[in-house]
Design a protein. Sequence first.
Lengths: 196, 365
Amino acid sequence: MSAAIMPLMTETADETLMQRYARGDATAFDELYRRHELKVWRFIQRSVGNRASADELMQEVWFSVARQAPRYVRTAKFTTWLFTLARHRVIDAHRMRRPHDSIDETRAHSPQLAEQLSTSPAENPASQLQAWQEREALIGAVQRLPDEQREAFLLQAEGELSVAEIARATGVNLETAKSRLRYARAALKTMLQEFA
Amino acid sequence: MNDIDDDAADELTLRYRRASAGDPSRPSLQTRAAISAQARKVMAHRTTRAADEAALAQMEALPAANDSRWKLRAVAGLAGIGLAGLVAIQTLRNVPGPEMPPATVAALSTPAPAPLQDQGPEPEERDAVAPEAASSAGMGSAAPAAGKSFGVTAVAPAAFPLIKSREATTAREVKAMRAEVAMAAAPPRASTADVDRARWSSGVNAAVRAYFSGGLPTSNPGASVALFTAFMKGDGEIARSKLEYVVGQSLSHLSESAATSERFVALGVPRDQIGSMGTMIVTDGVATAADPRSVGDGNTAARVRELEEERDELLRRFTHQHPQVIALDFAIRELRAGPGGQLDDCCRLVLVAYAWPRVASDRQR
């Protein structure tokens, strides 16, 4: 077994951390948050396309985790439960979305190329530019996917959920979850042809 | 494509992950701080509450300063003295007395207590009470058979708020109690609160029916469920109302005259999942749950959180297509939209859900 895998094997399980937090160990919550902060954040942000809303929903999701910790029962992976919570908040946000909210707002608020180039002087600016463009294109393409496809793709790509877990989190059957993933990938490939 | 292929991160997913890792977007520092603070606050609250409950349990285990059991002992002592006195008198006078159980004699000579609520009578005391009183006393404790003889079956001891005296000394009082109990104890095993709720519910039912004496509005033939929502004032009068249908998963408004906050929660959800805004379910005209005391708590945000948690809990067992989940989704959305909060100030919110197919079929008849 490689040395790189060993730490993963000895890491405390998410479910155990939840139980520890429920018993009063605040550091367990901090650890959970540290592990999943970015995944959840990206899932939310790319789903709602609005940084302010994403911040708000992020809070709601983790507040729910904190509140529900005593009642948490290990019936599925913690991440499945966590992303299910996040998904509910996203759906709520979509339902309440104001007409002037724009999905483009996210990218408009994201750090600009100039800021990022200045932080990594060692790399070739041309390759940085290409990487930046590809990243923007890819993330933009994900955000342009139909809601259900984007949701399935993000649950897999960010949440690292299996197809079965995606099906469970989204309340659909396995075949539907598979289809959404396939359509999402196909649509992304089409949108990203110029970077292929 | 098989499951393994679908689960495996393909090249596109890996590209996305690389791109995502390079995206410097992060939650704001305020968000992080708020989450961390909230986690600690919730934990502290939980810890405090657990400590309070433990302290309360400890206190409850101690005998109360106003424990009234001394009265029983005192009365029992007096009864004993009375019994001894009677025996002594009869012996001294040498007059043959009637064949009576000693306890009955004691009851005649001393107004023996007949505890009705918290503690059941001791066997001796129960025997000592007159038959009617014994039956009434038994209703509150361990004599369901006696209770049945008065048409009240096994009502819980705490269900007698109307019985003001704890002592049944005369047949008249016992009869009065029996009448009151018969009125109050419609639902078997009703608690005090249940009795209140039942009365309140029946009042609301009557108001609803009077308001729609001409019948409910025409149904939508495709509707699977119809929700009638009445906004009640504090005195029970209906301020306004609306009727809606749920067709499949979508909501169809018949009237936009009023917004509701929890109506879908009323869709067959047991009371303990409904919440604290004064909700009542009427199915086929029979009120099944209500809690008038908790109407209008004004804390919409807290209510939203409660509903979200309920929904999350349901989603661990059901899909998003489950009626209860749909109901909660709508309820949360509308609570967030705000009208519930406005209503809290002036109106009682009463929700009435009819199982529409039954109502429709009733009307066809």
